[in-house]
Design a protein. Structure first.
Length: 288
């Protein structure tokens, strides 16, 4: 009788433990999502209710903040969306093209000082961005690029993001060199090996680099703040700042409404490409 009861008690304890763990995970998830849920909820509230009520459910449900935020500024918020999208797409294209070429050179080509240049490239990962901010600004100012998108886009086409180069180098090293040798015997040069072999086999890491590049560019506030002065060229992050006035009245509900819209592209991008993102990170540096 005792032997029959013991497995039943063990199963009950296992179910209770599992239920406790699930409850804890749900509580942690809610705590992490609460700021986002509060922002979305506040976008449907009038300004006088945002900070006076702690409930996530609006007492007065209104879409006025979205209309006011989209059209309430001197420049339509849609213009900020187009500016950010244009800069982000160019940054993705530039990073994929230049960083993949640099990674291909480091892994497949033999040239003088390759190890030195690779170490120097890795060293830039440890250099604070603010250490080179003033020299970069002076350079772009002398070129006449300030108040244009060129400082935000052109460096992406020059393989300036060492993180993506390192990520792709680790992935390319896992591609068997026998494929290169077979292609060389068939008469392929470095360019055809790059386009016909390396790139088709590197879709996961290229997708990972593209997603990170888009997110980081879309969320970037500091660089546009330094180089963009005209409201017509503002990105969404600079557009959000215009709703907050430290010396006057801030339109909080419009700010939260536009913040909700700004989060959507990143959320949708991650939702649809999370498999490639996880695969690209998980397989980087693994031998095939």
């Amino acid at each position: 009788m005792t032997d029959a009861v013991t497995p039943s008690i063990s199963r009950e304890r296992s179910h209770a433990t599992r239920a406790f763990l699930y409850a804890g995970l749900i509580a942690i998830t809610f705590a992490m999502l609460y700021p986002l849920l509060w922002m979305v909820s506040s976008s449907f509230k009038p300004d006088n209710e945002i900070f006076s009520s702690s409930s996530l459910i609006p007492e007065v449900f209104s879409l006025d903040a979205y209309s006011r935020g989209w059209n309430g500024l001197s420049v339509s918020f849609g213009r900020f969306f187009l500016n950010s999208l244009f800069i982000a797409v160019l940054s993705v294209v530039g990073n994929l093209a230049s960083c993949s070429l640099a990674a291909f050179a480091f892994t497949r080509l033999h040239f003088f000082g390759r190890n030195f240049w690779f170490a120097l490239m890795l060293g830039t990962l440890m250099m604070p961005q603010h250490a080179v901010l003033i020299p970069q600004y002076v350079l772009f100012l002398n070129l006449g690029w300030v108040n244009t998108i060129l400082p935000l886009v052109v460096p992406k086409f020059l393989a300036m993001d060492a993180f993506f180069i390192f990520l792709m180098v680790q992935f390319f090293r896992g591609i068997p060199r026998e494929l290169d040798e077979a292609a060389t015997m068939d008469g392929c040069g470095p360019w055809r090996i790059y386009f016909k072999i390396i790139l088709p086999l590197s879709i996961p890491v290229l997708a990972t680099a593209a997603i990170f590049s888009f997110i980081w560019t879309w969320d970037d506030f500091f660089a546009p703040l330094i180089y963009l002065n005209d409201a017509d060229s503002y990105t969404v992050q600079l557009g959000l700042r215009t709703f907050v006035d430290s010396s006057g009245q801030s339109d909080w509900s419009a700010l939260f409404a536009m913040s909700t819209l700004v989060v959507l592209p990143v959320f949708v991008l991650f939702l649809f490409f999370q498999r490639l993102l996880i695969e690209g990170i998980a397989t980087t540096g693994m031998k095939r």
